[in-house]
Write a protein that binds this ligand. Structure first.
Ligand code: ATP
Ligand code: MG
Length: 580
């Protein structure tokens, strides 16, 4: 390919709307262009990289025994109503009415459609089956951002497994989990397989594959000791164990103290001179008929995912000021658990360890001191209901945890029978009785593979592609492309490399040498061949690696060998993920 005729426009300036480094580089290196909010065009250079990611995903899905199919993006909303997910997705689901008046949607994911399709299977003998597709999804995201990392239209690989038994599901899940590890490793990505909250999908077990990156919207915790990794929403806080070494404070009688104008944890803690860990925060939520009051320590935060699971409702809403005032009979900021009637009282484990604590008095401008859980109030449920903090030990081994920003590139779920029950996907088992199929679903964001690879592999000058995703293997830059002789040398180099099976791009543009070298760094092709000074001096080519800038000079006859050696070198690091 000759750059002079290739639609690969590069930019010196960062786009104004971009914050994430991958977004900036993808635009500047001519991979993508924005059409509108959350919609991007892939230019030829970007599409080559996208196709490489797709090929790796497809190979590994096939190797894991999954069968490729293609489902329509156009779906009847009726199907979404059957599982109740039209409401769960709300405005994220892009809907419209077709010419016959039928309500339609553009698929944000395909559990409903695929379950409806597989309902044709009637016998356990036809299972297990795992199917997958690589297809455009549509989600009217409230906050599209970071270029293709969160867009409204994006490419997903989604797979679905159908089994008769829970053991079968475990095997199907494991096969996908292992395939994901191979996919991300082949893409040169460092990922953490994190325990995750199954969220809106329903189901029991789920892992998210998180690519550590500064631009990541998610936070995960990781233990360097035992390898435990979890999404912040799912990270388990171990139940505190009272150590017999610490003498327990003697409980004192409950007292009301005036705390005028002291609403927040910081204010109360300063005013009463007690650490935040002695405060008991009371938060009210609306969840169906009875409001829910949740207690966490002053130095902790409620984890709404854990709370939703404990309450058994996905529809939790912070109570309004009016509701707080009605339930607690006091202004906002003075709610407490003692004599709080008409609520379901839930407490985080850590609250139960507080001795002589401080809580709202359910009276204006007052708090209670010497509050003792068990004596002064009894929760109906004590559970892990808070967000893990830096002070918490690893739930696996007790060591210190790291907090890492990351991008979710993939997600695997054990779904169970939620969809097969709703959509009547039932098979006869061995004993002849009808059983809903047991499902799993498995997604990968293809665009996020590229963005995450760039997040993890770049320097101040541009992208450093892993060989497996790079749009081309070699860039041949002719410094003086207006002179026939060096241009011909460049063409011959490209020909030799192409004949040897490498994908090459020839920079034959009339630009200045300085600007060509800048572009070469920006677009990040792993190996660069320069027809420049060494050519003028002694008919030699300069071959170098983008990643390390290490460079050698070779004769045209040794070019293929030299390129091969350098690519080998960087492919090895990308396989082991050490290139980060
Ligand atoms: P997120 O939490 O980031 O919104 P999700 O959990 O809703 O993502 P899934 O339904 O699990 O996403 O979709 C499977 C995969 O599709 C995700 O792991 C992610 O890689 C990708 N993906 C999801 N939403 C988007 C989006 N708006 N733009 C690009 N890729 C996306
Ligand atoms: Mg997800």
């Amino acid at each position: 390919m000759r750059w002079s005729q290739y639609f690969l426009p590069t930019l010196r300036e960062d786009p104004k709307d971009a914050e994430a480094v991958s977004h900036k580089l993808m635009v500047r290196a001519g991979l993508i262009r924005r059409l509108g909010s959350g919609a991007y065009s892939y230019l030829p250079f970007g599409l080559r990289a996208l196709r490489k990611a797709i090929a790796i995903v497809r190979e590994e899905m096939d190797r894991a025994g999954a069968q490729e199919l293609l489902l329509p993006a156009l779906q009847p909303v009726e199907l979404w109503k059957a599982t109740g997910r039209d409401e769960v997705l709300g405005e994220v689901l892009i809907r419209f009415t077709d010419r016959t008046g039928k309500e339609m949607a553009l698929g944000p994911t395909h559990e409903e459609v695929v379950t409806d399709l597989l309902a044709e299977v009637k016998s356990h003998k036809q299972l297990p089956v795992t199917v997958y597709q690589i297809q455009t999804k549509f989600r009217d995201e409230p906050r599209p951002r970071s270029g293709v990392i969160r867009s409204k239209e994006f490419l997903m690989k989604d797979a679905y497994s159908f089994d008769v038994s829970p053991e079968g599901l475990t095997a199907s899940y494991q096969a996908m989990y292992d395939a994901y590890q191979r996919i991300f490793s082949r893409c040169g990505l460092t990922v953490l397989a994190c325990e995750a909250d199954p969220g809106m999908m329903g189901g029991e077990l789920s892992h998210e594959f998180m690519a550590p990156a500064d631009s990541g919207e998610d936070q995960v915790v990781r233990c360097a000791g035992c390898g435990y990794a979890a999404n912040l929403d799912a990270a388990r806080c171990p139940e505190p164990r009272a150590t017999s070494l610490e003498p327990r404070e003697v409980s004192k009688p409950l007292e009301v103290v005036k705390t005028p104008g002291q609403h927040t944890v910081e204010q109360v803690s300063r005013f009463l001179k007690v650490p935040a860990s002695k405060l008991i925060k009371t938060l009210l939520y609306e969840a169906g008929e009875t409001p829910v009051a949740v207690l966490v320590r002053g130095d902790h935060d409620v984890n709404e995912s854990k709370l939703a699971r404990a309450v058994g409702s996905a529809r939790l809403k912070m109570a309004s000021a009016q509701m707080i005032e009605r339930v607690s009979r006091a202004p906002v900021g003075f709610t407490g658990p003692v004599k709080l009637d008409g609520v379901r009282l839930l407490a985080d484990h850590a609250v139960m360890g507080v001795v002589n604590g401080v809580a709202g008095a359910n009276q204006p401008e007052a708090h209670l001191i010497h509050v003792n859980p068990g004596r002064d109030f009894t929760p109906s449920l004590v559970a892990d209901l808070r967000v893990i903090t830096g002070a918490d030990p690893c739930p696996g081994c007790g060591k210190r945890l790291q907090f890492i920003q990351a991008i979710e590139v993939g997600h695997v779920f054990k779904l169970g029978t939620k969809y097969s029950q709703a959509l009547h996907a039932v098979v006869q088992d061995e004993a002849g009785s009808a059983k809903p199929m047991i499902m799993g679903c498995y997604g990968i964001g293809i665009n996020r593979i590229l963005a995450s690879a760039i997040e993890q592999r770049h320097d101040k000058d541009g992208i450093i592609w892993p060989v497996s995703l790079s749009p081309f293997h070699v860039l041949v830059t002719v410094m003086e492309a207006n002179q026939a002789e060096p241009l011909q040398a460049g063409e011959q180099a490209l020909e030799a490399l192409t004949a040897a099976g490498f994908e090459g791009l020839l920079d034959d543009r009339p630009q200045s040498p300085g600007s060509k070298l800048k572009d070469a760094d920006l677009i990040g092709i792993p190996v660069r061949v320069v027809v420049g000074k060494a050519w003028q001096a002694g008919r030699q080519l300069e071959v170098s690696l983008r990643a390390t800038k290490e460079s050698t000079t070779v004769s045209p006859q040794s070019l293929v060998e030299a390129v091969h050696t350098l690519l080998q070198k960087v492919s090895d690091t990308s396989q082991s993920g050490k290139g980060v």
